[in-house]
Unconditional design. Structure first.
Length: 140
């Protein structure tokens, strides 16, 4: 496996986790999704803590994949808002169903990694244009 395959595999795992937590199914005739986060949130305190674990794991994986500090902070704030507001009875359950912090975090990570990959490709292309990638130039 190469690095690109590893990243794609990890992104696939993160995507599945995000959608399971926030969007297992739609409420009929609405655009509102319900996931494990919503179900766990119905159990006071323990359920909210249990729903926090996959969210923190996603942030840890994002860091491991090379997400920028700004993206990690954004993901952390989303998770914090989901946990704090989600802990409020009834209002928190509604917020969880509408906000979908895990999906937001996954999308932010995906955008961030795509931007980093595009910048790296630009740098590689520029270095080739300047002849830096030619090993014969370094042989002197």
């Amino acid at each position: 496996m190469n690095i690109e395959q590893d990243i794609n595999f990890e992104l696939s795992r993160l995507r599945k986790t995000a959608w399971r937590m926030d969007a297992l199914f739609y409420i009929p005739r609405t655009n509102i999704t319900v996931g494990l986060d919503n179900v766990l949130g119905l159990v006071p305190v323990v359920g909210d803590i249990a729903a926090l674990i996959p969210s923190v794991w996603m942030i840890k994986q994002a860091h491991r994949l090379g997400a920028t500090p700004g993206t990690l902070v954004y993901m952390g704030l989303n998770t914090l808002a989901d946990f704090v507001i989600g802990s409020i009875p009834i209002i928190g359950d509604i917020f969880d169903a509408l906000y979908n912090a895990n999906i937001r975090n996954y999308r932010a990570l995906e955008v961030n990694l795509n931007k980093k990959a595009a910048r790296a490709k630009e740098v590689r292309t520029a270095s080739k244009d300047l002849g830096w990638a030619n090993p014969n130039l370094l042989a002197d």
